[in-house]
Design a protein around this ligand. Structure first.
Ligand code: ZN
Length: 69
């Protein structure tokens, strides 16, 4: 997807920046916990089309864990 297009996109709910998941072809809003689909390179910015992120998807990626709890 176009980088310039991506830079213009914001979440329709919170107006926050979105994270583009290239593999999943989704735009993620961690604030709302939603993933907007990208269909044929066209982002679908509709909350009713978005899927809910799983709990562990909402968490920011950790830099690495030491040890095993
Ligand atoms: Zn949002």
């Amino acid at each position: 997807m176009d980088k310039e297009l991506l830079a213009m996109l914001v979440c329709p709910l919170c107006k926050g920046k979105l994270k583009y998941d290239r593999e999943a072809q989704e735009l993620l809003c961690h604030y709302d916990g939603l993933a907007y689909p990208v269909r044929d390179g066209i982002p679908v910015m509709l909350p009713e089309e978005a899927r809910q992120l799983e709990i562990d998807e909402k968490l920011p990626p950790s830099p690495g864990r030491n040890g095993e709890g």
